[in-house]
Design a protein around this ligand. Structure first.
Ligand SMILES: N[C@@H](CCC(=O)N[C@@H](CS)C(=O)NCC(=O)O)C(=O)O
Length: 255
């Protein structure tokens, strides 16, 4: 049995939200590997990790390294593995009878693609998703998050949301950023040949990487249908199709 450590998700109707944990959840469900989830409050992660003896994430090169989610414990090998991309590689290697996601030898390409997704799809939207997520949930549930967001956008959440031109500017630059990643997918599909996009083929690392960001944005905009509908129409509906493909794999199994 594999145990996956995750943050408690405060948005009503959703159980999980971290884009990095979602990458691993998608892989576990896609591979049909039995697993259980342990949910930890973000504010308690360090203390809980130290109590449970979970290692820090060394791959992010933080100085000093920090405890992060996702991290898994695999009872069948006794191993702890941190960092979403390394976990995907571990699952492919340890369970070779399951469909693979990260082709050996393509780790550098995977890291570069992940970086492109974060820079172009997530970062331009941070102020909007952060502000709306924090505004719509009670202060206790988002403790620590408000201060972080306000420092990043340089004003209070209320000031940001009272200024629709600012959010419009961020949505426009996100649309451009999504366009950059759309072009990467399009070129890959041209190389792969006809029928490369869609449900008919196996999931790729790129699907999981970009899709986990979509699932995260959906949770952050949980009460903001208008922005979500707008995003779903970008790039000829590519993101709507990817979201629909990945949604079934984002489930948290009952335990
Ligand atoms: N590169 C890591 C990033 C993990 C990450 O940043 N996780 C966040 C949650 S979304 C976290 O645990 N943050 C705690 C911290 O930064 O102290 C991965 O892909 O797993």
């Amino acid at each position: 049995m594999i145990t996956i450590y995750d943050f408690e998700c405060p948005a009503p109707g959703f159980k999980t939200m971290s884009p990095y944990v979602l990458k691993v959840r998608i892989a576990l469900n896609y591979k049909k590997l039995p697993h259980r989830s342990v949910f930890v409050k973000a504010s308690e992660l360090k203390q809980v990790s130290e109590e449970l003896g979970l290692p820090t994430n060394d791959l992010d090169l933080d100085d000093p390294p920090r405890h992060k989610v996702p991290i898994i414990h695999d009872a069948s090998t006794g191993q702890f593995v941190s960092d979403s991309t390394r976990i995907l590689a571990y699952l492919d290697k340890t369970y070779p009878q399951t469909p693979s996601i990260l082709t050996p030898g393509t780790e550098a390409a995977a890291v570069a693609f992940d970086d492109a997704v974060l820079a172009n799809m997530l970062h331009p939207l941070y102020p909007s998703i952060g502000a709306r997520f924090t505004r719509s949930l009670d202060a206790e549930k988002t403790a620590g998050y408000r201060g972080f967001m306000e420092k990043m956008i340089g004003m209070t959440i209320e000031e940001y949301l009272a200024n629709p031109e600012l959010e419009e500017k961020h949505l426009k630059s996100a649309e451009e950023g999504f366009g950059v990643v759309n072009t990467i997918f399009k070129k890959a599909e041209m190389i792969q040949g006809a029928g490369a996009e869609g449900n008919g083929r196996n999931l790729t690392f790129a699907d999981v990487s970009a899709g986990s960001i979509l699932l995260y944005i959906r949770v952050c905009w949980w009460d903001n249908e208008a922005n979500w509908k707008r995003l779903m129409a970008w790039d000829g509906g590519r993101w709507a199709r990817l979201y629909e493909t990945l949604l079934p794999y984002a489930v948290v199994p009952e335990q």
